[in-house]
Write a protein that binds this ligand. Structure first.
Ligand code: PHE
Length: 466
C-alpha cells in the first residue's frame, strides 16, 4: 500500500469513528431530555451537577470505553471477556457486556416512542398545524397525540422499522455520512432558534433559569402545588443523564471504538465528542426556556416540554412552517443515528456468537425492542392510570429511570473499575498513547478513584445513606 492510501484510510476511519460517535451521542437526549429534566429539577444547580458529571465521570469513562473497544475489536460482551482473560481477571466481567445489551433494549423501547413523536410532528409541520399556536393550543396538540394509542404505536413502529432496516442492511455508515451534513444543519437551526428566543422570548429569565446556581434545588423537588421535599434524586438524574447523553455505560461507544485507527488520539476525540454534545444540549436549553417563560408554560411540564414550546415559536416566526418541519426532520435523523447504536451491541454479539446473519440478528433485536416499546406508548394513554403505576411512575418512566439512572451508571462504574484496576497500567497507557505522562496520570487517577467514588457516592446519597 502506498503511503498516500494508508494516510487516507486512516483519516477516513478516524472520521468514521467520529461520525458514528457524535451521531450516537447527539440525539433526543440533548434536545428532548436535557431541557425537560432541567425544567423538572429546577435549572442552574442541576445543570452544574450535570456538567461536573460530564467532566469528572463521563469523559474519563468515555476514554476507557473507547480504549477497551479499540483493543478488543469485538462485541462488548466478548471484548470484556477476552480482555479480562488476557489480564488474568475473572470472565465474569462479561456481565458488563450483557448488562449493556439489556440496557440497550430498555432505552430503545422508550426512545423509539419519543422519536415517533418527532416523526408525527414532521407531518404536523408539513400540514401547517403550528400556525398561531399559543401555550394552550400547543399543549392540546401534543395532548391529542399522546392520548392516541394508535398514533403512538404507529409512529413508534415506523421508527423501529427505520432503525432495523439500517442495521439489517449494514448501511449504518451511509446514514452516518448523511448525518455529517444534517448535524451542522441542526446546529444552525438551533442557533436560529436561540436568536428567535432572544428576540421573542423572555431570554434573560431563560438564561437565569439555566445558569443561576441555587444549591438548595439540587436537594429538593417541588410539585405543582409548590410543596417541596428533600431528595437526592436530582443528582442521580444529572449523573444518569451524563451517561445517557454521551451514550456511555452500555457498550455503544465501545463498539464504535473498534473503528478507530491506532494512531488517532482517544483523548482528543473524547473532548470533541463531549464538547459537541454539550453545546447542542445547552443551545436547546437556550432556545426552549425563554419561550417557556414568555408563553406561560411550566418548565416542569415533563416529557412534552420541547414538543409544546418550540411549535409555538414555529407558529409565530416568518418561514415557521419550513423551519418547524425541518427541525423535526433533523431531530428524527439525530435520533435515528443514536438508536442504531443502541442495538449494535446486541446485534454484534448475535452475529459473533450465534452465527446469525446480520439481517436476522437485526430483525430479532428490532422486533423485541418494538414489542417492549408498545408498553411505553400505552403509558401515555391506556396504561396511564394509577393502577398501572409503580411509585407514581408509569412504565415509560420506570424504564427510563431504571436504564438511565441505575443501569448506565452501574455499567460505567464497572468499566471504570475494569480499566482502572483489572487490566493493569500497560494496556491503557499503550492505547491512549498520551504525549503527556502527567495527563495520563491524571486520567488514570480519575478513572481509578474519582469517577467510581462519584458514582458510588451519588448512589448512596440517592438511597439516603450519605
Ligand atoms: N446519547 C443518545 C442521546 O442523547 C442516547 C443513547 C444512549 C444512545 C445510550 C446510545 C446509548 O440521545
Amino acid at each position: 500500500m502506498s503511503e498516500k492510501t494508508l494516510v487516507h484510510n486512516q483519516w477516513s476511519s478516524r472520521m468514521a469513528f467520529m461520525l458514528a460517535a457524535i451521531g450516537s451521542a447527539v440525539g433526543l437526549g440533548n434536545i428532548w431530555k436535557f431541557p425537560y429534566i432541567t425544567g423538572e429539577y429546577g435549572g442552574g444547580a442541576f445543570v452544574l451537577v450535570y456538567l461536573v458529571c460530564i467532566l469528572m465521570i463521563g469523559m474519563p469513562v468515555m476514554m476507557a470505553e473507547i480504549l477497551l473497544g479499540r483493543r478488543g475489536r469485538r462485541s462488548p460482551i466478548n471484548t470484556m471477556r477476552e480482555l479480562a482473560a488476557t489480564a488474568g481477571a475473572s470472565r465474569l466481567w462479561g456481565v458488563v457486556g450483557w448488562g449493556g445489551v439489556v440496557t440497550g433494549f430498555l432505552i430503545l423501547s422508550f426512545y423509539s416512542v419519543v422519536a415517533g413523536w418527532a416523526l408525527a410532528y414532521v407531518i404536523e409541520g408539513v400540514a401547517g398545524a403550528f400556525k398561531g399556536l399559543d401555550g394552550e393550543s400547543a399543549g392540546a396538540l401534543f395532548g391529542e397525540l399522546t392520548a392516541s394509542p394508535g398514533r403512538l404505536v404507529f409512529w413508534h413502529s415506523v421508527f423501529m422499522l427505520m432503525t432495523t432496516v439500517v442495521v439489517a442492511n449494514g448501511v449504518r455508515s451511509g446514514l452516518e455520512r448523511l448525518v455529517t451534513w444534517l448535524m451542522p444543519l441542526l446546529f444552525v437551526l438551533l442557533a436560529v432558534l436561540v436568536g428567535y428566543a432572544m428576540a421573542a422570548g423572555d431570554f434573560s429569565h431563560g438564561v437565569h433559569f439555566l445558569f443561576d446556581i441555587d444549591f438548595s434545588r439540587v436537594f429538593t423537588v417541588c410539585d405543582e402545588a409548590g410543596q417541596c421535599r428533600f431528595t437526592a434524586e436530582p443528582s442521580l438524574v444529572a449523573m444518569g443523564h451524563a451517561f445517557f447523553t454521551l451514550s456511555l455505560g452500555m457498550g455503544a461507544i465501545m463498539v464504535y471504538g473498534s473503528y478507530m485507527p491506532h494512531d488517532a488520539s482517544i483523548a482528543g476525540s473524547t473532548v470533541m465528542i463531549a464538547v459537541a454534545d454539550t453545546l447542542v444540549a445547552l443551545m436547546a436549553g437556550l432556545a426552549i426556556f425563554p419561550l417557556v417563560f414568555a408563553n406561560g408554560l411550566e418548565p416542569a411540564a415533563g416529557p412534552g416540554l420541547v414538543f409544546v414550546s418550540l411549535p409555538i415559536a414555529f407558529g409565530a416566526m416568518p418561514g415557521g412552517q419550513l423551519f418547524g418541519t425541518l427541525f423535526f426532520v433533523l431531530l428524527v435523523f439525530a435520533a435515528w443515528s443514536s438508536s442504531i447504536s443502541l442495538v449494535e451491541p446486541a446485534v454484534a454479539w448475535l452475529t459473533e456468537n450465534r452465527d446469525l446473519p446480520r439481517a436476522r440478528a437485526a430483525w430479532l433485536v428490532g422486533g423485541l425492542a418494538w414489542l417492549l416499546g408498545i408498553g411505553s406508548a400505552l403509558s401515555f394513554n391506556l396504561w396511564s392510570g394509577e393502577k398501572y403505576q409503580l411509585f407514581g411512575k408509569t412504565l415509560f418512566d420506570i424504564k427510563d429511570f431504571l436504564a438511565t439512572n441505575i443501569m448506565l451508571p452501574l455499567g460505567g462504574l464497572a468499566i471504570a473499575l475494569f480499566t482502572g484496576w483489572a487490566v493493569g497500567r500497560r494496556l491503557p497507557e499503550g492505547e491512549l498513547a498520551m504525549r503527556s505522562p502527567v495527563l495520563f496520570g491524571a486520567w488514570r487517577f480519575t478513572v481509578r478513584y474519582i469517577s467510581p467514588a462519584g458514582i458510588v457516592l451519588i448512589f448512596l446519597n440517592a438511597i439516603g445513606l450519605v
